[in-house]
Design a protein around this ligand. Sequence first.
Ligand SMILES: [Zn+2]
Ligand SMILES: [Zn+2]
Length: 134
Amino acid sequence: MPGSGNCLCGSIAFEYTGEPALTALCHCTACQQWGGSAFSSNVAVLTTNFAITKGTPKTWARTGDLSGKKHHLFFCGDCGTSIFSQPEGMPGVTQIKSGNMKNSNIPIMAEIFVTRRRDFVTAVAGSKQAPEMP
Ligand SMILES: [Zn+2]
Ligand SMILES: [Zn+2]
């Protein structure tokens, strides 16, 4: 199902077409820090299916602990919302932070970096569990 969304202040908006390639919770410490939360909720789509429809996000690249590859993070320069990311380890994939989507209540296919999951968070029933990156 296609989707769309925007940052908290509305300066940046996006949309995607087609079906997500993956929906996943990530428990890695970088996601915990970037989102200021216990985990991130991601909808991965093909970048060719993804478009920014309003504004220009700021970007910053983090180098992965395990992969050594850059992970480009995109966020709103006005309100600071984490909007999406593009990992060089997964060329052609855009990971949308699903909390920004108009319909974010979509099933979670997988959880990754579950070895770093916080003690108070339980696994999503029926989702694939990966200790690190699958
Ligand atoms: Zn904003
Ligand atoms: Zn992560």
